[in-house]
Ligand binder design. Structure first.
Ligand code: PLP
Length: 397
């Protein structure tokens, strides 16, 4: 594969990296390498990856690994899903703990830590990751600091450089879930983290049709350990999924630019809407992490959370009243999705009427018109017509 210079701008890397050599007759793209086994004779003892078997490496993975690794500034190791990447990093760097992690981290990360703890394989300490002092105090005697910033779904912003510096001074490794930011907006390795983790499923693949994960580290030894983990535990991505994710990555800069611009407009309008009680978006000046985000991120991302006014069930009513935005879990697709997040297991700490909105690439005025009518329809349904409320009218059974 042709190497991609690391000094190209990220928008260019996304387009140019992970291509086959420029030879007459060669294709422009790496194809999905649908092979589990290859002719013997390519393996030489001491090789890091055995090119003869599909659980070890695959040409389509390598193309995506090169592109994503260049974008994050390290060696990329793909996994079957974001959770598989998280699990591998926790196994390699976190066991037996303590692992310090955000109390409002992605629900799957918290579930993994809780499960390992239940089985006596690890201890964890949950913290407010936006509180640098408290987080570093919890790092005393810990093995791994697990950071997520912005957090899913409350968009808390952690001070990456201060946390990495403080944790390393205490001998604690630092991993960052960079899913919400993507390497286009934030590069955790540059800010001192040991490893950045992604749910490639989300913005990077970007079309709601692939599950994949990645861990990226500048430490060659850790990269080797993660590759060995993938080989031994078997959480490998499919070649076709890797092909689709690489295709998605090509347009990530364009999609993110549009989705983020849309998110900024929607967050501002929701923020002044009387049917909404609170909006969480780091781009809003009132967001507690606004300045920190401005210092360490190149943008505020495409995720918005907001709390709907009204009686119980208001958020669900909004979600079922949209006609354009899709009522669905997950995020980062080209299409706008939303969900009443507190309905999910493990999300009981969230405001009950919180909506997590993953803003896509539609025209912002169509999105706003849709949200506006859904908020209106939900408010109407919440308030029964007057004749139904009149006692003794006999109606409204
Ligand atoms: C979705 C998500 C994950 C898990 O990724 P999967 O690909 O679903 O396994 C991890 N972290 C964050 C922040 C996520 O949003």
């Amino acid at each position: 594969m042709a190497p991609t210079p690391g000094d190209l701008r990220p928008e260019t890397v996304a387009v140019a990296a992970g291509r086959p050599p420029r030879e007459p007759g060669a294709p422009l793209n790496v194809s999905p390498m649908l092979a589990s086994v290859f002719h013997a004779g390519a393996y030489v003892p001491g090789m890091e990856e055995d090119p003869e078997y599909g659980r070890d490496t695959n040409a389509t993975w390598q193309a995506l690994e090169q592109a994503l690794g260049t974008l994050e500034g390290g060696h990329c190791v793909l996994f079957a899903s974001g959770v598989a990447a998280i699990s591998a990093v926790v196994d390699e760097l976190g066991l037996p703990g303590p692992v310090v992690a955000p109390a409002d981290a992605y629900t799957g990360s918290r579930a993994l830590l809780a499960r390992l703890e239940e089985r006596g394989r690890l201890t964890s300490r949950l913290v407010d990751i936006a509180d640098t002092e408290a987080t570093l105090a919890a790092c005393d005697g810990a093995r791994l600091l697990w950071v997520e910033t912005p957090t899913n779904p409350l968009l808390a912003i952690a001070d990456l450089r201060a946390l990495a510096t403080g944790a390393h001074a205490a001998g604690v490794a630092v991993a960052v879930d960079n899913t919400f930011a993507t390497p286009l907006l934030q590069r955790p390795l540059d800010l001192g983290a040991d490893v950045a983790v992604h749910s490639v499923t989300k913005l990077i693949a970007g079309h709601s049709d692939v599950l994949m994960g990645a861990a990226v580290t500048a430490d060659a030894g850790l990269a080797r350990a993660l590759r060995a983990h993938r080989y031994e535990h078997g959480a490998i991505p499919g070649p076709l999924a890797a092909y689709l994710a690489l295709r998605g990555l090509r347009t990530l800069p364009l999609r993110l630019e549009r989705a983020q611009a849309n998110a900024g407009v929607l967050a501002e309008r929701l923020d002044t809407d009387p049917r909404v009680t609170r909006v969480w978006y780091p781009g809003l000046a009132a967001h507690p992490g606004h300045d920190r985000a401005a210092a360490q991120m190149k943008g505020h991302g495409a995720m918005v959370a907001f709390d709907v006014a009204g009686p119980a069930g208001a958020a669900a009513r909004v979600c079922t009243a949209t006609r354009l935005a899709v009522y669905a879990t997950s995020l980062g697709g080209i299409e706008t999705t939303l969900e009443d997040r507190a309905r999910q297991p493990g999300e009981g700490h969230l405001p009950p009427e919180l909506i997590r909105l993953s803003v896509g690439c539609e025209h912002v005025e169509d999105l706003w018109a849709d949200l506006d009518q859904a908020l209106g329809a939900a408010a109407e349904r919440a308030a029964p017509p007057a004749w139904q409320r009149e006692p003794g009218s006999g109606a409204g059974r």
